[in-house]
Design a protein around this ligand. Structure first.
Ligand SMILES: [Zn+2]
Length: 71
């Protein structure tokens, strides 16, 4: 069995949260994030987006009054 030694230059990636350059190696176990913190920040963005969608739903709820005219 041939095992490729990690002797070559590791692949460089940009952290999706802070755009910091990280190595695609065991040095960054949270890759593609540079740290656990950035991973959690990305997760928080998701939760925030969901809240925005939920808020928009409440606003559109006011419009349902118009449908009474169709009854
Ligand atoms: Zn980061």
């Amino acid at each position: 069995m041939t095992v490729t030694k990690a002797n070559t230059t590791p692949r460089i990636m940009a952290c999706p949260t802070c755009k910091k350059s990280i190595e695609w190696s065991d040095k960054y176990p949270e890759r593609p994030f540079c740290s656990k913190r950035c991973q959690q920040i990305d997760f928080g963005d998701w939760a925030e987006e969901r809240n925005v969608i939920a808020g928009a739903d409440v606003t559109s709820g006011e419009g349902t009054d118009d449908f009474d005219e169709w009854d």
